[in-house]
Design a protein around this ligand. Sequence first.
Ligand code: B1M
Length: 210
Amino acid sequence: MTDFNDIKESLVNLDEPRMLQLVKDALENGNLAGDILNKGLIAAMDIIGEKMEKGDMFIPEVLMAAQVMANGLRVLKPFLKEGESSSRGCVVIGTVKGDLHDIGKNLVAMMMESAGFTVHNLGVDIPPEGFVKAIKEKNAGILCLSALLTTTMPMMKQTVDAVVESGLRDQIKIMVGGAPVTQDFAHNIGADAYAPDAGSAARTAKTLLI
Ligand code: B1M
C-alpha cells in the first residue's frame, strides 16, 4: 500500500531524491499517476501554501518546492498520457500579466498535449497583446488563461477584451482557470469555459472544438 503522506512530506521537506524515489515506487506499485499527483504532489503544495500564508515558509523555499514539484511531474508525465497521436487542434496557453505562478498552468498544458492538442505555452506574466499576437501567429482554436492571484484575475477580463477588440473573438474559444477562478467569474468576463483542474481542462477543451 502506498502512503501518499510520505510523498507529501518529502515534497514539503524539499527532499527531492526521496520524493522522486517514492513517486517511482508508487508507480511501480500500480498506483494511478493521477492519484500520485493529486493525493501526493498537489496536496503537498496546499500545505506549502498554508505555511507560506502563516509565515512558516518563505518565497525561496516555495520556489524550491515548485522546482521539486516540477521534477516530480516530469516522472509522472508519461503516465498521465491519454495516448492520442494526431493533433486535435491548436491551444495557446499562458499565465496572465502580473502573475508568475506556472505549475498548474504547465500541468494543464501537459494534459492538453496528452489529450492530443498542439500546445503553445507562452509562459508567465503575459500581457493581453502577447496572447492576441500568439493567437494570430499560431492560428489557435483555444486560448487558455491561468491566474493564481485574486489581484491578477481582472487581467483575464482585460485579455478577453483585447481578443474582442482584435476581431479574433469569433474564431477562438477562451477557457480560464486557476485556484481563485470560478464558473461565475468565467461567465462574467465573457469566457467560453472554466475548468477547475488540469484533467477537466483537457476534457473541456475537447468539447469546445466540436
Ligand atoms: Co504564490 N500564492 N505568491 N507563489 N503560491 C498562492 C497562489 C497563495 C494562495 C498562497 C497563500 O497565501 N496561501 C497566494 C494567493 C492569494 C490570493 O491571491 N488569493 C499567493 C501569493 C500571495 C503569492 C505572492 C503575492 C507572495 C508574495 O510575494 N508576498 C507572490 C506573487 C508573485 C506573482 O505571481 N506576481 C507569490 C509567489 C509565489 C512563488 C513564485 C514563490 C511560487 C510560484 C512558483 C511557480 O509557479 N513556478 C508560489 C507558489 C508555489 C504558491 C502556492 C504555494 C502553490 C501554487 C501551486 O503551484 N499549486 C500557492 C498556494 C496554493 O495554491 N495552495 C500560492 C499547485 C498547482 C498544481 O495548483 O496552480 O492551483 P494550481 O493549478 C491547478 C488549478 O488551479 C487548475 O489546474 C491545476 C490543477 O490541476 N488550473 C487551471 C490552473 N490554471 C488553469 C487554467 C485552466 C484550467 C485550470 O484553463 C485555462
